[in-house]
Design a protein around this ligand. Structure first.
Ligand code: FE2
Ligand code: FE2
Length: 337
C-alpha cells in the first residue's frame, strides 16, 4: 500500500506484512511522524506525485489498460514473419530469404547497413541482399533481419527507466551478442535463438515505461524499502513486471514459444526448471548489465543466478570474454544504424 503523508507530502510504501501486523491501526509517516489510519473505513488515498489531482489508476483497471497498450503496438513487419516461415522450411535457400527481404526496401536498407559494419569485416562493400546472403549465409542473414526489424522499436528514450535515446537498443544489442557468444561455446545449436531472444528480452519496458513515469514517486517510495528490486516494484505497483509484458508482446508478434519463454523468464530463470535458452539469456543480461552498456535505473539491481552459473559452468574468465564480445559488437554496429 502506498501512502502520501497529508502533513509533509512524503510518499511511502507499507508492506502487506506491516499492514497485517498493524491490523486496522495507524501507520506513522517515516518523515514527520503523522499517524495515518490503515483501516478500511479511513484508508489513506493514493495521490499523484504532485500531491494533487486524481490518483493514477491501479489494480485490475490498470492491468487491463496495460494489456490494451500491448494490443495497440504495431505488428512485426510482414517480412519478419515470412522469413521465419522460410527458415522453418528445410527446402528453402538463402536466395529465397534474400528475395523476401528485398520486398521491404526500408528493412533491406538497414540489413545492408549492418552487413557493411566493421563487425562483419568485409573489405569490399556488400551492395545487395543477394550479395549479403551469399557472403553471410542464411543464419547470419536472418540474425541481421531480426536486428533490422527491432532497431527502430527499441531506439527511443524511456524516461520511466531513466534510459536515454539509444540506451535500450545498445543494452539489447549487448545482451544479444553476449547470449550468442555464450551459446556458441556451450550450446551452439541455440546461437540464433539466443541472439534473437537477447534482442527482444526487455521489449516489455517499451510498454511499462510511461506507466512508471506517471508513478515516479510511488516507485521511489517502494524502492526505499530495504531489499526491494525494480522488478518487484513493477509487479506490485503495475500488476506486471516487464518480463511478463514482454511475453505478451511476443504472443502478439507470434515469436516462437522457446524464445518467448526465455524472454519471460530472463529475471527468474529457475522457475521454469532447467532450460538452456532461458539460462543463456539470463546470464547474458546480467553480464551486459555488468558492462554498463545502456543500463537504466534498474541496471545494478540484477545478478547472475548461482544455479545458472553452475549449470552453464561460467567462470569469471568467461564473463570477461563474453563481455568483450558484447562491447565489440555494440561499438562496431551501433554507429552504422
Ligand atoms: Fe529485463
Ligand atoms: Fe535487460
Amino acid at each position: 500500500m502506498i501512502i502520501t503523508c497529508r502533513t509533509c507530502g512524503k510518499v511511502f510504501h507499507v508492506t502487506d506484512d506491516e499492514l497485517r501486523l498493524n491490523g486496522a491501526g495507524k501507520i506513522a509517516c517515516p518523515a514527520c511522524g503523522t499517524l495515518h489510519e490503515t483501516g478500511s473505513r479511513d484508508r489513506p488515498v493514493e495521490r499523484t506525485s504532485a500531491g494533487s489531482g486524481p490518483a493514477p489508476i491501479s489494480g485490475t483497471a490498470l492491468k487491463k489498460r496495460i494489456l490494451r497498450t500491448v494490443d495497440e503496438l504495431p505488428p512485426m513487419p510482414e517480412v519478419a514473419r515470412k522469413a521465419r516461415r522460410l527458415l522453418a522450411d528445410e527446402r528453402s535457400s538463402f536466395g529465397d530469404l534474400a528475395r523476401v527481404i528485398e520486398t521491404d526496401q526500408a528493412i533491406a536498407a538497414r540489413v545492408l547497413k549492418i552487413a557493411n559494419s566493421s563487425y562483419y569485416g568485409f573489405t569490399n562493400r556488400i551492395s545487395s541482399i543477394q550479395h549479403a546472403a551469399a557472403m553471410l549465409g542464411m543464419k547470419t542473414l536472418n540474425e541481421l533481419l531480426t536486428f533490422a526489424c527491432t532497431g527502430s522499436l527499441l531506439e527511443g528514450e524511456l524516461t520511466g527507466y531513466a534510459m536515454r535515446s539509444g540506451d535500450l537498443w545498445k543494452h539489447s544489442l549487448a545482451v544479444a551478442a553476449c547470449a550468442r557468444s555464450i551459446a556458441k561455446e556451450k550450446k551452439p545449436a541455440l546461437a540464433d535463438d539466443a541472439f534473437a531472444a537477447g534482442l527482444l528480452h526487455d521489449c516489455g519496458k517499451l510498454i511499462l515505461d510511461s506507466y512508471i513515469a506517471e508513478r515516479r514517486d510511488l516507485f521511489t517510495a517502494f524502492l526505499a524499502e530495504p531489499e526491494t528490486s525494480f522488478l518487484e516494484a513493477e509487479k506490485e505497483l503495475l500488476g506486471f513486471d516487464h518480463a511478463e509484458i514482454a511475453a505478451e508482446i511476443c504472443r502478439k508478434w507470434q515469436i516462437p514459444s522457446p524464445l518467448t519463454l526465455a524472454i519471460k523468464a530472463h529475471h527468474k530463470p529457475t522457475l521454469v526448471g532447467e532450460n538452456d535458452l532461458v539460462f543463456i539469456v539470463h546470464a547474458a543480461d546480467a553480464i551486459a548489465l555488468m558492462s554498463g552498456i545502456g543500463s537504466g535505473i534498474d541496471g545494478m539491481k540484477y545478478e547472475i543466478d548461482p544455479v545458472v552459473m553452475e549449470n552453464l559452468r561460467i567462470t569469471g574468465n568467461d564473463i570477461g570474454l563474453h563481455m568483450a564480445e558484447a562491447l565489440e559488437f555494440v561499438e562496431e554496429t551501433v554507429d552504422n544504424l
